[in-house]
Structure formats: structure tokens, C-alpha cells
Design a protein around this ligand. Structure first.
Ligand SMILES: NC(=O)c1ccc[n+]([C@@H]2O[C@H](COP(=O)([O-])OP(=O)(O)OC[C@H]3O[C@@H](n4cnc5c(N)ncnc54)[C@H](OP(=O)(O)O)[C@@H]3O)[C@@H](O)[C@H]2O)c1
Length: 269
């Protein structure tokens, strides 16, 4: 492997991945660990996140995994999760703010509680984790790090019947840009990924889409992505190869299509 190729790796990094019991977060955690990073992963359920860590820890060539029950909407949970990570791995170099989700509803039908839940999960959860993990990145023996936020194409375009989610995901893009400037002097890069439709348990449940026969990854012209499509871009952004990439949002959605990929799939536009 040339020196240049090595820069695309994450070996020796200490990474936090939120929402890693399934879907994109799980694949991100497994990808980073396979690349030699130690990963601290969380979900709201210890029972659901433990098997992911056990799978990683069974691979002798992978980094170590630590599983912690943590609701990213709860500040105390987040503080305890980051503290446990620092105690286990000695610091934090990478934060992937993946935990997120939504429900489909017309704007008029969204209750104040429903609005708050989705904005809390996607946006305020990102705020909590970034603020707390950011402090750990600055306090470490090797100050600096990288944050990768998870937005959505629905944060970039109109997303009928997902107004709460699209508003929160749009805000994450602007937060990414703002923080990249604020934290540049700390040596912390902040970037974002905006996936199009990706096959995950969450999508199967929320949108009723279950693609059993997924087109292969070498085919760009497809309506739905694999979790690996997103994880590989996250790894790039977390790696030294992205040293001059800051404040950017990478859209990952295969072949461009008119309008909004998810809403189009739902027949909403
Ligand atoms: N799949 C797509 O098409 C798509 C497209 C664009 C953007 N995204 C974004 O990508 C991210 C992952 O999506 P996905 O489809 O992989 O989701 P998913 O299958 O629903 O998985 C969500 C993960 O987040 C965890 N989680 C949910 N609420 C949490 C909370 N309050 N605190 C901690 N963990 C929590 C869940 O674990 P527990 O249930 O065990 O807590 C689970 O591990 C989300 O931010 C989503 O908005 C997805």
C-alpha cells in the first residue's frame, strides 16, 4: 500500500458512532472497525447494540468495540457515553452523528410532540453529541478530530409529508458549515453526508420499502443504496485523505434524479 493509499484509512482512530444497532450506523461502525479503528457505539437499547460490538470484537484483525446504551436526546446519557469512550480508548478522534429517524405525516397532522421528537432526535441529538465529544477531542493528548453528520437528501430539497425531518436535516447541513469555521482553529473538521434512499430496517419500517433483490454497488443507476455506499464515504471523510475537506455536505444518492428521491418513491410527487 502506498503512503497515499494509507491516508484513506482510519487505523488507530478512536471513533464514536451513534445509532449503530442496525442500518447505516451499524455498517459505518463495522467499516471503521474493519479499517482498524476502535469504535464506541450506542443505541437506546443495550440488548440491541451489544451483538454489533460482539461481532466486531470476534474479528481479531478489527479494532475494538464498546457498546453503550445511550439516547442521544438525553444530555446525561451522552455525557456518560463519551466519558465511557474516553475511559476505554483514551480519547475521541472521530464522531459520526448517525442516530436519526422520522415518521411520515402531512404538516397539518404533526402534533407539537411529534415535531419535537423528530427535531430532538435528528438535530438536538447531533448538538448534544457534537458538543460533548468535541470537548473530548480538544482535551485529548493529540487535540483535534473529525465530525461526520448525517443529513439526508430530504434536507436539501422539498420533502412533502416529512417537514419535521427535512427541517431538522437541513439545519444539520448549516450546523456543519458553521461549526467547521468555529472549530477550524481546534483542528476539528466537520462534514456531512446526505444519503438518498438506502435499504435499512428503518426504511423498511417507515416507508414500507423492502428491496430483497438489491442491485449491485457497481451499478450507479439504481433507486436505492446499500449501507456500504454511505459507510465508505463516511470513512473517507473521517480519514486523513479528507484533510482539506471541511464544512461540506456529500450527497450520496447514485444517479441524479428530478425532485426528491424518497418522496418520489412514496409516490408523493
Ligand atoms: N435509510 C435511508 O434511506 C436514509 C436516507 C437519508 C438519511 N438517513 C439517515 O441516516 C441515519 C441512519 O438511518 P437508517 O435508515 O440506518 O436508520 P434505522 O435503520 O432506523 O436505524 C436507526 C438507528 O438509530 C438508533 N436510534 C434511534 N433513535 C435513537 C436515539 N434517540 N438515541 C440513540 N440511538 C437511536 C436505532 O437504534 P435503537 O432503535 O436500538 O435505539 C438504530 O440503530 C439517520 O440519521 C437517517 O435519518 C437514512
Amino acid at each position: 500500500m502506498s503512503l497515499h493509499q494509507a491516508e484513506f484509512g482510519v487505523e488507530g482512530k478512536r471513533a464514536i458512532v451513534t445509532g449503530a444497532s442496525q442500518g447505516i450506523g451499524r455498517t459505518v461502525a463495522e467499516t471503521l472497525a474493519t479499517g482498524g479503528a476502535d469504535v464506541a457505539i450506542c443505541s437506546r437499547s443495550q440488548d440491541r447494540v451489544d451483538p454489533v460490538a460482539e461481532g466486531i470484537n470476534e474479528d481479531p484483525d478489527a479494532g475494538d468495540a464498546l457498546a453503550v446504551e445511550c439516547n442521544v436526546r438525553d444530555r446525561d446519557d451522552v455525557e456518560a457515553f463519551v466519558q465511557a469512550t474516553v475511559e476505554e480508548f483514551g480519547g475521541v478522534d472521530v464522531l459520526v452523528n448517525n442516530a436519526g429517524g422520522e415518521f411520515v405525516a402531512a404538516f397539518d397532522d404533526i402534533s407539537p410532540n411529534g415535531w419535537e421528537a423528530i427535531v430532538d432526535l435528528n438535530l438536538t441529538g447531533t448538538f448534544h453529541c457534537t458538543q460533548v465529544a468535541g470537548r473530548a477531542m480538544r482535551e485529548g493528548d493529540d487535540p483535534g478530530g473529525t465530525v461526520v453528520n448525517m443529513s439526508s437528501v430530504n434536507g436539501q430539497h422539498a420533502a412533502p409529508n416529512e417537514s419535521h425531518y427535512s427541517a431538522a436535516k437541513a439545519a444539520i447541513i448549516r450546523l456543519t458549515e458553521t461549526l467547521s469555521v468555529e472549530w477550524a482553529d481546534h483542528g476539528i473538521r466537520v462534514n456531512c453526508v446526505a444519503p438518498g434512499l438506502v435499504q435499512t430496517p428503518g426504511v423498511a419500517e417507515t416507508l414500507g420499502i423492502d428491496e430483497s433483490d438489491m442491485p449491485p454497488r457497481d451499478q450507479v443507476n439504481r433507486r436505492i443504496g446499500h449501507t456500504e455506499d454511505i459507510a465508505d464515504v463516511v470513512q473517507f471523510l473521517a480519514s486523513p485523505a479528507a484533510a482539506f475537506v471541511d464544512g461540506e455536505t456529500y450527497t450520496v444518492k447514485g444517479v441524479p434524479r428530478a425532485g426528491n428521491a424518497m418522496s418520489a418513491d412514496l409516490g408523493l410527487q
